[in-house]
Design a protein. Structure first.
Length: 216
């Protein structure tokens, strides 16, 4: 295919102003989530593509930490593995919620601190998870663990809204986790960067213009 025939029409979102009448204290108390720790959220499908074995390795290597909280929300064909791990280990800093109404999930996402992305390290084709869009809409910086074929990590690093490791390198992942835990100001600024990049590049108007210019 001639490269002149190709163009990018990215995943997109109709960005809304995420305002809520609830406080962080109300929402976190409801789900027994600590209010004084940075919350790392992984929300969405839990299937083979997400590399659940590495996610479990992440949970295992961080289950005794007292300086962060890991929240996993979602279902999928591999969610039973998360449930079994939680039951077996009973960690105090990790919580799994199998199902939430969209409105409830949105509230938890809004008050979280970092959005996590996992993809199986064996992928050999680029993959750009759409779940990053709602993270960015909530001004969450990204903690990314993917295969080395995806360019998501490069884009996030270049535009300073996320940090990346390969999803089979637990030491690199934990180093990135530590960065977010120990640098709250950087975390906040990277979240703002994420939102700004979203508005410029992943708004539905961008996708609309890309498609409709061929019909003018």
């Amino acid at each position: 295919i001639e490269k002149e025939k190709l163009e990018i029409c990215p995943n997109a979102i109709n960005i809304i102003n995420r305002k809520t009448g609830y406080s962080k204290e109300e929402i976190f108390d409801k789900y027994n989530i600590p209010k004084n720790l940075p919350v790392f959220l992984f929300g969405g499908n839990l299937g083979p593509a997400q590399g659940i074995s590495f996610l479990l390795e992440v949970l295992g290597s961080n289950k005794n930490r007292t300086d962060c909280f890991i929240l996993i929300v979602g279902g999928g064909s591999k969610s039973i593995l998360i449930q079994k791990w939680i039951k077996l280990n009973n960690p105090c800093n990790i919580k799994y919620i199998n199902h939430l109404e969209r409105e409830e999930y949105d509230l938890l996402e809004f008050f979280s601190d970092v959005g996590m992305i996992f993809l199986d390290s064996r992928f050999s084709i680029p993959n750009f998870p759409s779940r990053i869009l709602s993270y960015m809409e909530c001004k969450l910086p990204l903690l990314i663990a993917t295969d080395d074929a995806s360019d998501l990590g490069d884009i996030a690093k270049k535009n300073e809204f996320g940090i990346w490791s390969e999803s089979n390198d637990i030491n690199h992942f934990n180093k990135n986790l530590d960065f977010y835990i120990n640098n709250s100001e950087n975390r906040k600024q990277m979240g703002i960067n994420a939102y700004n990049f979203l508005t410029k590049n992943y708004h539905v108007s961008r996708s609309y213009d890309t498609i409709m210019k061929h019909f003018k």
